[in-house]
Each structure stands twice: as structure tokens, then as C-alpha cells.
Design a protein around this ligand. Structure first.
Ligand SMILES: Cc1ncc(C[n+]2csc(CCOP(=O)(O)OP(=O)(O)O)c2C)c(N)n1
Ligand SMILES: [Mg+2]
Length: 636
């Protein structure tokens, strides 16, 4: 083991990339006395922009680390977007206490990460991005893959990271790394600010040597805060809640990331307030709790939506109130409705003219419960909620039974999965018709189980995310539910799953098209145009010919993964048991019905319809749209 050369002044001479790797390996995060590596590893794809800089630094760390230098494990990905998704899933599974670094070459390697950056920032999940950048010296401009801006010499494609990053810096001189690296760690570990953090690394600067102060490399612990509510804010919130007759609480992702499940159950027990959830918050309160009423909003259930419509006080805990949660501002119909928002981020707490409580979800719920002592919602309100829930359970029972059609509805498969998966196992999904069905039907009995990426709803998240979730929680079975359209967006990371010997279960739902956008298209007057996978038909000139010969099982097999193909729910159950028993990753391809049926629902989502059209289907949809939009309002 060699020791890095020290100058007489006691500094450590390293390249910028070597210094960054050594610094990152020395960072820790702590919350509630639990301390772990903040950056436990680096995903990367090398090109000329980073092979000799960051690549060399990772090699040196792996094979010849300096004295006291912690390891920085390197994982090779296949596609840069995917590796960011893997990193996001890892961070989410650790409740945002750990974040991977993702290193990419310049140009396309870097811009491939922009979708992942946006996803992380939208979903408020920490990830450290290390795109490579054009030469800081500019001597050789334009370098391969450089965008030339004739009006501004300092613009590169990496400026596109700025709007999708919570922190951005370009390290044009070695010493800039010191403040930038420290700020980057602060943002990653700040629950209110976190998201994608981008340190853009010019190719030449990565390899440049500098004499670093040794203190830069000392172990540092970043304490993840649990801000407590301001007493005056707490009192204002308590006054509103005490006057409530029909209150509901909406649990969002913040309730899970702050590990507020126990506090939430205690709050519901003490106050008798029914708890609804968002896609990110499902499982914060176990589905078995008598006051757990499940998903609210556009893809929510009838019971939750009826309670939301009647509610006089809505307590939002760790929710961003996306359009799916508010049913595009039609969910809360009581003219007297008021909001109390408990959120670590003031930006979210302020939404809907709420009485704001800016605090950690767990600390805030505990404080609210104590301050509300003696208050309970009227008993008939809880009774009403339970009755609505019982009616809903009866209504959805047929979703899980065999339907009278050739291929199963996907709801049958979800029922079987929900039944067979353990409470601490993880189901992953992001886009297609599946999130809606899952939000309506899935019963999550732990905060880790339901992993829906529905902030960015990015097709292609699921498969690489399964790798990240499994790496973060090796004792969980991790099941990615992947539509056939989604599969075609990003199958590449199967190679990484195989190479790393990570045991996940991929469930691919083959319906030869887009059930989701297909039915949206139909209901909005666009006749399912362009939403099936079909050959170009010479007779019609349209994409309405034969089904494609594309063979998903063969495609998966070609990566070296075992595949089972099934076309009914009983066979799916058997296949899942085999997959569970296997020591290796496997895939199950399920042939399902493109036309559902999907779960019943009584809510709405605002997707505007063309106001003028020669098509009768569009004219009809436009009339229906205007009527459905009528209840939409601002919450002031
Ligand atoms: C990257 C990306 N592109 C486009 C969309 C818009 N979109 C949402 S669902 C969907 C189709 C999904 O098809 P599939 O995965 O087969 O699921 P299904 O609708 O059949 O359930 C599309 C194109 C998206 N969410 N993400
Ligand atoms: Mg499909």
C-alpha cells in the first residue's frame, strides 16, 4: 500500500478525481444514532471524458488506496439514465440516508443522465451526479462531443443539468472542489433541499494534480435533521384541527422517508382521523390499521375520495399535492375545506393556502398528537370511513377473480402478488396502466413494500430500480412490474443484474401496447391512435397490421436470465413461487389483456381535449371534458 506523496507543507498531492473519490469515501450520514456511509458506491460508464480521470481514481482506490482511504466500490452500468434510476431506488430504499454517485463521460454520456436527474429532483431523492465536461483550458476546442455556442464560451451541454439539479457546480479549477464538495454533501443530506446534486468535471481538471489540505479527507458525519415545529405554528394548526368535524389526513412520501409510521399510527389512534395515502406515501400506515383508507385522488379508491370530497380539514403530511392526489383540484369539494400542511419543505407546506407547519413528519406528528390531547374526531366520522371502506372492498373483489376472457386482467396478477409477497418485500413500478391499478388495489403493510415512482412516472425506471432496491435491502424479495412498452425503453440493465448476481424478480406484463395511454386516448377522443404495437399496414398506411414478432422472453433469455411465460393467474402463482425459490434473478412474462378491465373509480384527471375537431369522437370527448372540469377550483 503506497502513501500519497506529501509536500513539505503537509499537503496531499492528488488529482482532482483522486481527491473527490477519497473525499466521498470519507462521508457519513447519521439520523437517530444510526450512521452509515453517505456515498456507499459509484455507478459509472467511462469514455474519453472520464476514463483517465475519475476512472483512474476509482481503479487506484480499488487496487492501491492511500493509508486510511475508505473503499469506493465501482459498479458498471449499461446506460447512464438507468444508472441514475438504480441510484435513486437505492437512496429511496434507505429513506434518503444514502446516495450513490454516478459518473459519466462528456456529451451524450452526461446528457443521458438528465432524465434521471429530473426524476431525482422531482421525487426529492438524493443522488450525486458526476458528468464530465469540456476542457477548462479550451486549448483543444471543440473536443469530441462538445456543443459549441458561438455566443458564450462557457456553455456546455452540462448546463442542462442546472434546472433539474438542487445544486450545481462546475469544477473549473482544482481548489473549487473543496467548497463545492462540501455544499454537495449538505444538499444531499438536507431533507428539504435534497434531489440531484451535480458536480460537472471538465476532462482536463479531473486529471490535474493539486496539493490538498489533509483535513479535506477526514471522516465527516452529516446529521440528517428532524426539524421540530415552531410552537406558534403548532398552535395555529391545533386550533384548525380541533374545530374539524370531518377531518382526513393524507400521508405522502415524506411520512415514509422520515420513518413516521409509528407516529402516524399513534396520531390516528389518538385522534380517530382517517388516513388516506398518495403513491409515495402508501404503506406509511399499514393497510391493516382500521383507519387506513388507502389511495386518494385520480387513481384513488371511492372510499378515500368520498372522505376527501366531504372533508372540512385536510392534514397533508409530507405530500406535494400533485394533480393525481388532488384529482386535478376536484378531490376536495367541501366549500369550507381548509388545509393544514406538515412538511419539512416550506414550499410544500404553503400549498392550498394551508396553515403551515414546517417540520419533519415524525417530529411534527408527535408534536401535533401531544398538542391535540383530548381531541377526537366525531365517532360517527370514523364509523362512516370504515363503512365506505367495507363497501369499497366488496366492490373490488371481482378484480382479483378470473374474468371471462382469454387472457387475465392485470388486476388478477396484482391480487396474487399482493397475497404472496412478504410485508418487507418490495414491489416497484412507475408508469403505464399499472400505477393506477396498484394505487387503487394494493395493500401495503410496511413502509418499504410499495415503491412507486410516480413523481416523474418514468417508463424505464422499474428494471434498473429493482437492482438499486435489492442492493439497499438484500433480505427483501424485489419485484419490478414492467409493462411491455416500458420494457422496450430500458431492458439493458438486465446485463448489470446478471453481472452483479443480484437476485430480483422481473414481472413483465405483455399486452402488445399501451393499455394506459390507449384508454386515455379512447376516452379523450383520439381513438387509441399510435398506442398499440403493430406492423405498418400497407392497406391502411397505419400502424394497425399484425402484432410484432418481437419476442420478450427470447430477448430476456439472451441476457442469460431464466424466463417463465404464463397466461393465467394460477400459472403465475406457480411461476412466482419458483422465482422466489431461485437463488438467481428470474423473469416472468405474463400475457395480459390490453383492455383490462381496470378497477372501478369515481375520480378524474385533467387532460385537455381538443376544443375544435372534425372528428366526432373528439367533439364528444370535448363536451364531456367541459362538464368534468366544472368542479375544478383553487383552494384559497
Ligand atoms: C419515458 C416516458 N415516455 C413516455 C411516457 C408516457 N407514457 C405513460 S404510460 C405509457 C405507455 C406504457 O406502456 P406499457 O409499459 O406497455 O404499460 P401499459 O400502458 O400497457 O400498462 C407512455 C408512453 C412516460 N411516462 N415515460
Ligand atoms: Mg403494455
Amino acid at each position: 500500500m503506497s502513501v500519497p506523496s506529501s509536500t513539505p507543507a503537509g499537503t496531499v498531492r492528488l488529482t482532482v478525481a483522486q481527491a473527490l473519490v477519497r473525499f466521498l469515501a470519507a462521508q457519513f450520514a447519521e439520523r437517530d444514532g444510526v450512521r452509515d456511509r453517505l456515498i456507499p458506491g459509484t455507478f459509472g460508464i467511462f469514455g474519453h471524458g472520464n476514463v483517465a480521470g475519475v476512472g483512474q481514481a476509482l481503479l487506484q482506490n480499488a487496487t492501491d488506496p492511500a493509508d486510511g482511504e475508505n473503499p469506493m466500490p465501482y459498479y458498471q452500468a449499461r446506460n447512464e439514465q438507468n444508472m441514475v434510476h438504480t441510484a435513486v431506488a437505492y437512496a429511496r430504499t434507505t429513506n434518503r440516508l444514502q446516495a450513490f454517485a454516478c459518473a459519466a463521460s462528456i456529451g451524450p454520456g452526461s446528457t443521458n443522465m438528465i432524465t434521471g436527474a429530473a426524476l431525482a429532483t422531482v421525487d426529492r431523492i438524493p443522488v450525486l451526479l458526476l458528468p464530465s465536461d469540456i476542457f477548462a483550458t479550451r486549448t483543444v476546442d471543440p473536443v469530441l462531443q462538445q456543443l459549441e455556442d458561438e455566443t458564450a464560451g462557457d456553455v456546455s451541454v452540462n448546463d442542462a443539468f442546472r434546472p433539474v439539479s438542487r445544486y450545481f457546480d462546475r469544477i473549473s479549477r482544482p481548489e473549487q472542489l473543496i467548497p463545492a464538495a462540501l455544499q454537495a454533501m449538505r444538499v444531499l443530506t438536507d431533507p428539504a433541499e435534497t434531489g440531484a446534486v451535480t458536480l460537472s468535471l471538465p476532462q482536463d481538471v479531473q486529471a490535474e494534480a493539486f496539493d490538498w489540505p489533509p483535513e479535506f479527507f477526514r471522516e465527516r458525519t452529516w446529521h440528517v435533521a428532524r426539524p421540530v415545529p415552531e410552537p406558534a405554528a403548532l398552535k395555529r394548526a391545533v386550533d384548525v384541527i380541533r374545530a374539524a368535524r370531518r377531518p382526513v389526513l393524507i400521508a405522502g412520501g415524506g411520512a415514509i422517508y422520515s420513518e413516521a409510521s409509528e407516529a402516524l399510527a399513534a396520531f390516528a389512534d389518538a385522534t380517530g382521523i382517517p388516513v388516506l395515502d398518495t403513491q409515495a406515501g402508501k404503506g406509511a400506515l399499514s393497510a391493516d390499521h382500521p383507519l387506513a383508507i388507502g389511495g386518494v385522488g385520480s387513481t384513488g379508491n371511492n372510499a378515500a375520495n368520498e372522505l376527501a370530497a366531504e372533508a372540512d380539514v385536510i392534514i397533508g403530511v409530507g405530500t406535494r399535492y400533485t394533480d393525481f392526489t388532488t384529482a386535478s383540484h376536484t378531490a376536495f369539494r367541501n366549500p369550507e375545506a381548509q388545509f393544514v400542511n406538515l412538511n419539512v419543505k416550506a414550499f410544500d407546506a404553503a400549498k392550498h393556502s394551508a396553515t403551515m407547519v414546517v417540520a419533519d413528519a415524525r417530529a411534527g406528528l408527535d408534536a401535533l398528537r401531544e398538542a391535540l390531547q383530548g381531541f377526537t374526531a366525531p365517532a360517527e366520522h370514523g364509523e362512516h370511513a370504515r363503512q365506505l371502506w367495507a363497501q369499497w372492498e366488496e366492490l373490488i373483489e371481482p378484480c382479483f377473480q378470473p374474468h371471462d376472457q382469454d387472457l387475465p386482467a392485470q388486476t388478477e396478477i396484482f391480487g396474487a402478488l399482493n397475497d404472496m409477497m412478504g410485508d418487507e418485500d418490495i414491489v416497484i413500478n412507475a408508469a403505464g396502466s399499472m400505477p393506477g391499478d396498484l394505487q387503487a388495489l394494493w395493500k401495503a403493510r410496511s413502509p418499504i413494500q410499495y415503491h412507486l415512482e410516480y413523481g416523474y412516472s418514468c417508463m424505464g425506471y422499474e428494471l434498473p430500480a429493482s437492482l438499486g432496491a435489492k442492493m439497499a435491502s438484500p433480505t427483501s424479495e424485489v419485484v419490478a412490474i414492467i409493462g411491455d412498452g416500458t420494457f422496450q425503453m430500458a431492458p439493458q440493465e438486465i446485463a448489470t443484474i446478471v453481472a452483479e448476481r443480484v437476485k430480483v424478480i422481473l414481472v413483465i406484463l405483455q399486452n402488445h401496447g399501451w393499455s394506459s395511454i390507449g384508454s386515455l386516448s379512447e376516452s379523450h377522443g383520439s381513438q387509441r391512435f399510435g398506442t398499440k404495437y403493430r406492423m405498418r399496414n400497407e392497406a391502411t398506411g397505419m400502424l394497425d397490421g399484425e402484432k410484432l414478432p418481437f419476442d420478450i422472453p427470447a430477448n430476456i433469455r439472451s441476457y442469460g436470465l431464466e424466463v417463465q411465460e404464463v397466461s393465467d393467474t394460477a400459472a403465475f402463482r406457480d411461476a412466482y413461487r419458483r422465482a422466489e425459490a431461485s437463488a438467481e434473478a428470474t423473469a416472468i412474462v405474463v400475457n395480459t389483456n390490453l383492455y383490462g378491465p381496470n378497477p372501478p373509480g369515481n375520480s378524474w384527471w385533467d387532460v385537455p381535449v381538443s376544443q375544435v375537431s372534425r372528428l366526432e369522437s373528439t367533439q364528444q370527448a370535448s363536451t364531456a371534458y367541459e362538464a368534468e372540469k366544472a368542479p375544478q377550483r383553487h383552494y384559497l
